[in-house]
Design a protein around this ligand. Structure first.
Ligand SMILES: [Fe+2]
Ligand SMILES: [Fe+2]
Length: 169
């Protein structure tokens, strides 16, 4: 992969990616950093790309799972109506990646650029379409902290369930 091509694939964080909640935005930034790291290792040398992929993929998948469970926990605890649909999209993505790792482990031909482009497109599309759906809902629960950013704390979640319990007959 030529250097210029690689540069055009890198993603720079922009406010349009923001869902407004501090921790989630930080995690999304980290996902984009991980993707950029992968692009920076697309050097067209299959052996080197394989070695790099093998070194980083398990940690990357763990990070993705942590991020998904952060979102899912808030959705679940606050009865977000889109929870199941959203979780299904997360689960399908994890299964797809696990399947690709399995193919990789079987020693089949591996192209880091193709994998990383898939990752980038999935992440950007998911943030833009799916994650944005919970923005208004999360914003109502969140508290604005001293740094001016919105955070969802344990107290916010507890307060939410206390209000809900009071409302239920
Ligand atoms: Fe999500
Ligand atoms: Fe997300």
């Amino acid at each position: 992969m030529a250097n210029a091509d690689r540069k055009s694939d890198l993603v720079t964080w922009s406010p349009t990616f923001s869902v407004g909640i501090k921790l989630i935005d930080e995690q999304h930034r980290e996902l984009l950093n991980l993707t950029n790291d992968l692009f920076n290792h697309c050097i067209g040398d299959e052996a080197a790309e394989r070695a790099y992929f093998e070194k980083v993929i398990h940690e990357a998948v763990s990070y993705v799972k942590i991020h998904f469970s952060t979102e899912e926990k808030i959705m679940r605890k606050t009865n977000f109506s889109g929870y199941l649909d959203h979780k299904r999209e997360h689960d399908t993505f994890v299964l797809t990646v696990v399947e690709q790792i399995r193919t990789f482990n079987e020693g089949k031909k591996f192209n880091l650029t193709v994998f990383t482009k898939f990752l980038k497109n999935w992440i950007l599309t998911h943030i833009a379409l799916k994650d944005k759906q919970y923005f208004e809902h999360f914003k109502r629960i969140a508290t604005r902290k001293q740094d001016g950013k919105l955070s969802i704390t344990r107290e916010d979640l507890n307060r939410y369930s206390a209000v809900r319990n009071r409302q239920s007959p």
